[in-house]
Ligand binder design. Sequence first.
Ligand SMILES: Cc1cc2nc3c(=O)[nH]c(=O)nc-3n(C[C@H](O)[C@H](O)[C@H](O)COP(=O)(O)OP(=O)(O)OC[C@H]3O[C@@H](n4cnc5c(N)ncnc54)[C@H](O)[C@@H]3O)c2cc1C
Length: 300
Amino acid sequence: MNHSLFFAVSTALPNVTCLAREPLSRHTSFRIGGPAELMLCPKKEAELADCIAFCKTQGIPYRILGGGTNVLAPDEGVPGAVLLTRGLEEIRQISDTEIEAGCGLSLARLALFAQKAGLTGLEFAHGIPGTVGGGMYMNAGAYGGELAQVAVSARLLRPDGEVETVEGPAMGLSYRHSAFMEREGVILFARFRLTPGDPEAILARMKELAEKRRNSQPLDLPSAGSTFKRPVGGYAAALIQEAGLKGFRVGDAAVSTKHAGFVVNLGAATAADVLELVAKVQERVFAASGIRLEPEVRIW
Ligand SMILES: Cc1cc2nc3c(=O)[nH]c(=O)nc-3n(C[C@H](O)[C@H](O)[C@H](O)COP(=O)(O)OP(=O)(O)OC[C@H]3O[C@@H](n4cnc5c(N)ncnc54)[C@H](O)[C@@H]3O)c2cc1C
């Protein structure tokens, strides 16, 4: 990034932490990704809006990064700005059964807030390592639950600077998909409607699911969770295993030996390694089963 741009950023966004050539590998759960030309870390909604307005006036392309737990970032990095949302972590209870949370709040903290308030419905989300914004964008789900079951609305900051409330079916939440994927904008807040429940029972369910996760997933290695979506008529992990691909490697990217649905980084994997591995897995699973696996991970 040139000196004059850095000067322009610090002048226009005095309260926003701004990092030049920040390695994305520091911000993705895969621990992969070259530098973002500019990384902006707003802590308030107004600061986020200012960042977007700044990028627009300067003609700088921008992307949104939440927890970075479902992104494969390129080895060469990305031009323009990456707006990190993790500072936007407000949360409040707005009625007996409704909670509203900022996009940067972790799903774990969201679920614990609900548990303490005696509200059930978010236990499944406790072990998903992303943020509220990324979770809504992906319609994150696990163990029979998904955000679609409890999300009532989201507030979207549009590129024109207007804030729009997107409600119910307009959010287009379906399996690992949302209408937010088809439009530009930043999910600022999401509202969830839950059901009164016993805090002890809610906590017990969270612990039970955490145990299941620990037993079945390679949580000790960097990954982005399930690499592929569940195809119609099967499970990605089972198809990959049946194709004999458990442990299959390209460089330091490998199909996990613990859970064949996960691609893991054994140490020095590059995005190129992961992409080649993904292509080979798709090819071999298709040859073995006739089913074409589609990545769930967002490839930048
Ligand atoms: C060990 C492990 C286990 C996992 N288990 C599960 C699981 O059980 N179920 C599941 O569904 N997922 C799982 N995941 C994947 C991931 O945690 C989810 O997809 C999560 O919802 C991603 O949230 P994030 O904040 O990390 O999003 P990111 O990875 O930061 O971003 C994902 C996409 O959302 C966009 N985005 C992020 N925030 C916003 C926003 N505020 N507004 C607009 N767009 C935004 C990004 O631009 C990007 O395209 C797992 C991942 C790991 C590493």
